[in-house]
Design a protein around this ligand. Structure first.
Ligand SMILES: [Zn+2]
Ligand SMILES: [Zn+2]
Length: 437
């Protein structure tokens, strides 16, 4: 009996010690994202068009542009096609034909397959495998095969990128915007399971053609990434009077996914969606506007995807972070300072007990429109604002999630929308109640 009591007392003390350590040590249960040894930040763009669909350049020229502009990886995502077949183009019939051809001659003089046919100059488009061999650098610069699965429902465009895809996925359609997304997500998941190759599917530019509302995406299962920032000037990142911005879209989804549906968080990406490569900067869809920074042990599609699925990345349109720490106590970040630039960090989230009511947006005749509903200001509220290169948010205990957006005092040199400042988007962290213990 005495021995039993001693054992019980020891266990209670041990439990108390562990409990106290949890309270005192900020690192218990925390994840610190920071370059360290083999862990490095890798910069990548996950949305790219070329002559394989409606871009105005050759894959190898595009790959070289990104390599020379300090990127570590690039995903090719042409519309509904993989660069995997034999295809010839007439140099004078494609967009920016002679400009692109001259660059190809200058960049890769010994690697061009061309022919004269009926007095026309034709060039064979290189396949993904050939471009990867020609421009990729093992361990230093990675090219990844992708596809922009380009679908629609009625007049709503629904575009989703699959990164590290193995076989082309034809757009599958469906009976609603939600169903179209779910069908294409299911196809990507099925291909991943069948081939064993990891791949990520993400929703592109939801506000392009006002195609996808927050309520459309809400019930979709297996879709955990979307573009909070797309560099194409025609995609309405900021929304308008009637339409939610992509950030508002994100907050509505985060709140309802976590509070109502118990779905995982939705991660935000920044991408270029480049189509135009010959007049930079201009007001077309050019490269270099938005990217992701992924913390990984090495530069392979497998490790990058593993990191992204664990949330070990952030999105940027110019601001660089040197450290992101998240844990049961909250979220803290450290910004890599640029001389003469100042930074403002907003911590954004929703608290339990929020006003969950919403109203539809009506047209002039009072008919409900296919537009994200309007919610109370409780959703995606600014919880705190801090200035400087370090910012920290401590949970108060009732947050459903918190995320951070850093805005610099520096104007984006070639923005998607005029007047944009450089930004970084830190991935959402579920609140203390929702976090696994
Ligand atoms: Zn698109
Ligand atoms: Zn695109």
């Amino acid at each position: 009996m005495l021995r039993f009591r001693i054992w019980t007392a020891t266990l209670v003390l041990l439990g108390l010690a562990i409990f106290c350590q949890r309270l005192m040590s900020p690192t218990v249960g925390s994840a610190a994202l920071q370059a360290d040894g083999d862990l490095q930040w890798y910069r990548g763009n996950m949305h790219t068009h070329s002559y394989w669909s409606d871009g105005d350049n050759y894959l190898e020229n595009i790959a070289l542009w990104y390599r020379e502009h300090d990127y570590d990886f690039l995903v090719f995502t042409d519309h509904n096609t993989l660069a995997a077949s034999e295809r010839w183009i007439d140099v004078d019939k494609v967009k920016s034909g002679r400009k692109a051809y001259d660059k190809l001659k200058a960049n890769f003089p010994d690697a061009i397959a061309e022919r004269e046919k009926d007095g026309k100059t034709e060039v064979r488009l290189k396949t993904f495998a050939e471009v990867s061999e020609l421009v990729g650098l093992p361990g230093k610069y990675l090219l990844v095969q992708g596809e922009e699965v380009t679908d629609k429902f009625g007049r709503s465009p629904i575009h989703m990128n699959v990164s590290n895809i193995k076989e082309a996925i034809p757009p599958l359609g469906g009976g609603s915007v939600t169903e179209v997304m779910q069908n294409n997500v299911n196809a990507a998941i099925a291909q991943r399971e069948r081939t064993g190759q990891p791949m990520i599917i993400h929703l592109n530019h939801p506000n392009f053609g006002w195609g996808v509302t927050a309520e459309d995406l809400l019930p979709v299962i297996g879709e955990n990434f979307f573009e909070v920032y797309n560099g194409h000037p025609g995609v309405n990142n900021s929304g308008d009077k009637e339409h939610a911005s992509t950030e508002r879209f994100w907050d509505i989804l985060l709140t309802r996914r976590l509070a109502e549906l118990k779905l995982p968080v939705l991660y935000g990406l920044a991408t270029d969606d480049g189509h135009s490569y010959h007049n930079i900067p201009s007001r077309a869809s050019e490269p270099g506007r938005g990217w992701v920074m992924v913390l990984a042990e090495n530069l392979t599609p497998e490790t990058l995807i593993e990191s992204m699925e664990a949330g070990r990345f952030y999105a940027s349109s110019g601001v660089t972070l040197s450290r992101v720490e998240s844990g049961p106590r909250g979220l803290s970040i450290q910004i890599a300072e640029e001389p003469g630039v100042t930074y403002r960090t907003e911590f954004i989230g929703t608290r339990r007990g929020f006003d969950a009511t919403s109203t539809p947006v009506l047209d002039k005749e009072g008919k409900e429109q296919h537009v994200t509903r309007q919610y109370s200001a409780d959703i995606g509220t600014v919880l705190a604002i801090q200035e400087g290169t370090e910012a920290r948010y401590n949970f108060q205990g009732d947050e459903i999630y918190v995320r951070a957006r850093v805005t610099s005092s520096k104007l984006h040199p070639n923005p998607s929308e005029l007047g944009e400042f450089e930004r970084a988007w830190v991935q959402p962290l579920p609140g203390p109640i929702a976090q696994p213990q």
